[in-house]
Design a binder for this molecule. Structure first.
Ligand code: GDP
Ligand code: ZN
Length: 316
């Protein structure tokens, strides 16, 4: 390797981070194993970086400014960035017991993901998978349960990884964007991803061999290119992502359809829990707002259904 090559700074995209080992895609579409120089700061999947060739791969020397970063709290509640430069969160939801109902806990989980997308100011999709299991009656129930999301302006896609229903529509919504698929384990994220990325297994094998080198490394996140453009970021860390500490005022704004009512409560610092003359409670009781969405909001504020029982902290 000549000296000139060694010192040339090149641009690349972080495809995977296995601890401090990174897999970089070069501008020419090659893959190279890199470590990050301390001065580069934390480098995560989806980062655009500057790197230089070294004797045994490459060294990341700088990271470009990021747009939306998905972070998730670690055991101590400290937000850890998982992936950068996202455009979209695709929430894969489960209709409980195949009867078309959404349980309160599943709804709160879905709503937390949708709120996270709002707070990151990126697009959100709601995918309801396994519709092959729903009878015509259950499908009608499901559609009723999904109406509040459609009314709030969310794109809702009904899919089946088994029959292929809705997969083309999902592909079209993912095209040209960098998305993460999130949702409860068993909802069908891997199955849908495998259909969308036919060469996924080959690529995983390829990447792990190049990077893992037989060591026991944990992949924090990995980025896959969709055949028609756009990327899917996948990682255990992203899949079971939880909303961290959020102030009620911030959370209420992240429920899109709540916005017209905010400011109309009797108390300026209303948390919309059990305060008198709450505009959201009134709207829900009069059918102008989904009572279930308000219930989800309250569950998130009160910290229900989360792994950690830490109270939500807020200042107003
Ligand atoms: P993940 O944990 O979200 O990645 O879920 P998986 O993709 O691993 O799917 C969990 C289980 O559900 C697997 O046994 C899949 O075969 C099954 N599954 C996934 N999608 C569908 C679907 O659309 N219809 C049916 N009937 N089963 C599905
Ligand atoms: Zn209120």
């Amino acid at each position: 390797m000549n000296t000139r090559h060694r010192t040339t700074v090149q641009e690349g995209l972080v495809i995977a981070n296995h601890g401090h080992q990174l897999l970089i895609e070069t501008r020419e579409g090659h893959y190279i194993s890199c470590v990050a120089r301390k001065s580069a700061g934390g480098v995560i999947c989806g980062d655009r970086v500057q790197w230089q060739a070294s004797a045994d791969g490459g060294v990341v020397v700088g990271v470009q400014a990021r747009s939306a970063v998905l972070a998730r709290p670690d055991q101590r509640g400290v937000a850890k960035p998982v992936c950068a430069n996202l455009d979209q969160i695709a929430v894969v939801g489960l209709m409980q017991l195949e009867n078309g109902e959404l349980s309160a806990s599943e709804r709160a989980r879905i709503d937390a993901y949708l709120a996270a997308a709002e707070m990151l100011d990126i697009n959100a999709l709601l995918i309801v998978n396994k519709i092959d299991l729903l009878s015509a009656e259950a499908l009608a129930v499901a559609q009723r349960n999904l109406a509040p999301y459609r009314d709030a302006g969310y794109t809702v896609i009904l899919t089946s990884a088994r029959s292929g229903t809705g997969v083309a529509e999902l592909g079209a919504r993912l095209a040209g964007r960098r998305s993460v698929l999130v949702g409860e384990s068993g909802a069908g994220k891997s199955s849908l991803t495998q259909i969308l990325l036919p060469d996924r297994d080959i690529r995983i094998g390829e990447l792990s061999t190049r990077l893992g080198r037989g060591k026991h490394t944990t992949t924090v996140a990995m980025l896959f290119h969709l055949p028609g453009g756009g990327d899917i970021v996948d990682s255990p860390g992203v899949r079971d992502f939880r909303l961290g500490t959020v102030e009620p005022a911030t959370l209420a704004r992240a429920f899109r359809e709540f916005r017209p009512y905010l400011g109309d409560c009797r108390y300026r610092d209303c948390r919309h829990l059990d305060e008198p003359d709450c505009a959201l409670a009134l709207a829900a009781s009069e059918g102008r707002l989904s009572p279930e969405r308000l219930e989800s909001y309250r569950a998130i504020v009160l910290g229900d259904g989360r792994k950690s029982r830490r109270p939500v902290t807020y200042t107003d």
